[in-house]
Design a protein around this ligand. Structure first.
Ligand SMILES: [Fe+2]
Ligand SMILES: [Fe+2]
Length: 285
């Protein structure tokens, strides 16, 4: 067993949000999005601008006319989707090659996050969740704690790449905290919307989730996580997240309806993976 205090020492310095995520955090809080303010935030980052234009183009139907500017990308793909892509793109730049302790490559990890984001958005829209606008972002970031923990192990125990923590409960037993606890701290530090912070913390523990949180979004992300595993878009190296028996009742959808909905999302998951530049990792997902 690893002494927890040794591991926890590393978390005293939680990862700082990539600059673009920090600048975009206020936009994620919802309300009316202002295209001019978004453009202003992104346009001084030429690499991000170029990536966004490319990503937006990949979301269009094959053969569509190329997109020439950020303004045009906003017009054709929509500001909201572009904002989600911007968060994903800038986070992806900070990914280590592997996440030691989770037995997973960065590519596989990212595809899992994209699958949960896509499925989460689809479920939230299906049930008319009031916070449906946050579902994609919450899905994309739900396992952000694994990045922080993986980063710590990559730096301090790179040889730990051959083993995995196991289930989230095993992880907490071993480390005294798990990626949900750490994910909450990271999300708070990055000033992400409260409902996203809560989903980072509670997506594996529906029964224990406090009454005051956005339970709808949390259950959506939990279900999306379980469905991502069942579609083969697996996250960390354990057999997989199983759909909590509370989830169908809370969502008003049966387990079979959820599975059918997930099957219908395969193409969108692939499209979003390709748009985020991770198409090559789809084969190994
Ligand atoms: Fe998780
Ligand atoms: Fe996950």
């Amino acid at each position: 067993m690893l002494p927890a205090h040794v591991i926890l020492r590393g978390f005293e310095t939680l990862p700082v949000a990539p600059e673009v995520v920090a600048r975009l955090a206020p936009f994620l809080k919802g309300g009316d999005l202002d295209p001019a303010a978004f453009e202003q935030t992104v346009k001084f980052d030429p690499v991000l601008t170029a990536n966004l234009i490319q990503a937006a183009h990949r979301l269009l139907e094959p053969g569509a006319a190329p997109i020439a500017s950020l303004e045009e990308a906003i017009e054709r793909v929509g500001l909201h989707r572009l904002l989600e892509l911007a968060v994903g793109t800038s986070l992806r730049r900070t990914l280590p090659a592997r996440l030691p302790g989770y037995g997973i490559s960065a590519g596989k990890f990212w595809i899992h996050c994209i699958a949960v984001a896509t499925l989460g958005e689809a479920i939230a829209q299906r049930i008319d969740l009031p916070s449906a606008d946050l579902a994609f972002t919450a899905g994309l970031l739900h396992d952000i704690g694994q990045l922080a923990i993986g980063d710590f192990f990559a730096e301090n125990m790179p040889e730990s790449d051959w083993w995995t923590f196991g289930t989230p409960e095993d992880e907490r037993t071993l480390l005294s905290c798990n990626h949900c606890d750490i994910g909450k701290l990271v999300a708070e530090r990055w000033q992400l919307p409260l409902a996203v912070i809560e989903a980072c913390r509670w997506h594996h523990e529906l029964a224990k989730a406090p009454a005051g949180i956005d339970r709808g979004l949390n259950t959506v992300i939990h279900a999306a996580d379980a469905l991502a595993y069942s579609l083969g878009f697996k996250g960390v190296g354990y057999p997989g997240e199983v759909l909590d028996e509370l989830a169908p009742g809370q969502l008003g959808l049966s387990a079979q309806e959820l599975l059918d909905l997930a099957q219908g999302c395969r193409r969108a998951i692939g499209q979003n993976a390709i748009a985020s530049g991770m198409g090559a990792s789809l084969d190994s997902a």
